[in-house]
Design a protein around this ligand. Sequence first.
Ligand code: HEM
Length: 443
Amino acid sequence: MLLRYGSPVRAGTNHLIFSDLQSWTDIYGPSSNPCLKDPTVYEGFSVLGNPNLLSTTDRVIHGRLRRLLSHSFSLRGLADSEPLIAEKVQQYVDRTVAGNRGKEVDMLSRTYELYLDIVSWLSFGRSFDCLKGQNLTARRDISHYFSVVPLVAFVPIARYVPLRGIQEGLAGLNRLIEFASVNVDAFLEKSNYRSSSSSSGNIVDKTDSSSQEGTLLNNLAKAVDPDTGSKLTREDLIEHSILFLAAGSGTTSATLTFLLWECGRNEKIRGQLVQEIREAFPDPEVMPNYERASQLVYLKCAISETLRLWGPLNASGPRLSPGKMISGRFVPKGVLVETCTYTTARDPGVFPNPLTFDPSRWESPTPEMKKMSRPFSYGPRNCIGQHLAEMALTLTVCRLYQLYDVIPTPAMDTDFMRQEDNGVLEPKNKTFYVTPYEADRKR
Ligand code: HEM
């Protein structure tokens, strides 16, 4: 519709969707008169009812949470976690590919498990260990975050409706809350943090927790707001741990899946990518490190191109107009506005042959390309997990292609891989079959 009728399109009585460059700045950019998140959409994304980084629509609360969390998600804050991420990537390669050379294997479930294992460890200081065959309901439990959590928040009586989908979802969420509570309490106990029993109390740290160094939980529990001196409560920690699992697992696994699919089915692109990776990391005994891997130009281009064409979220989130000019038109107060990243990232004026997967277009990107492909959104409410996602994706692609050629099976055609929106855009069949082969090092 946006392509046919132009930007904006009226999607409902009170809802405008934009697809032009200026709308990114007007809707999402920093502003003294910002378009804030719509509470009726976002405030439901909270399992314990505590405001979290994604759900809060209050600028002051958001600013405080963002300050507390920003170091944990910075490249420097994540550096301590690299060995753990690398260890999980190795487990994934061993479990998924190593023993299955020449055989058909479904990568999608294992990929989801990889990122659940990483984010759970970062969140709780203890991994779900799905790749080791534990907590196998975790993936299903997390998927309810984007459906059942907002449903019962806005229609509380829904929790008593004897529908299987709702009751299974609630049971799954309870398992997650239980897992998170046990691990947050164990963490606080072990690291000698004293947690207040009330949800308004602060956590008072007594000693350092060296055993948990590098985990988000450790950083979160230690973080002090420089302006107010306040810290996160036990309930805040549980709330955020579950949020990170929901926000960080399906998004990253869908992205890796589409990257392996696009590169896998295009021999020339895959050839260029594996050559770059194998030249940078010639010794199979040596795991790629992020410092070097993040410098690989073509790999970076392949990730950018995957996020452009197959980004896991197709819109950047609805906001409420405060009554302001958006893309040259006055939009009255209270109108729901959003920019459709799916469309801006396919704008033929900015991305020639927009439907073609071509990593090389990112070798020297124009300023417009960077502004129109924003898979992590833009402005003060952009994705806080971007560095983590990029580090995890980079290390996974590097290790896989350093050791193996991963070829999608012939059944993985465009129709099979069509995206379906389950909170995250993922292959509609929820499977992705490949055949792995030992790397051909003579390339
Ligand atoms: C390829 C991977 C990812 C993509 C494409 C992505 C994309 C996005 C987008 C578009 C938003 C804005 C949503 C909105 O405004 O409604 C967002 C927000 C957010 N993301 Fe991500 N994300 C990814 C991975 C992650 C990871 C790994 C984490 C953490 C473990 C994470 C945590 C969050 C959080 C907490 C927010 C809310 C930030 C705020 O409002 O301040 N994301 N993400």
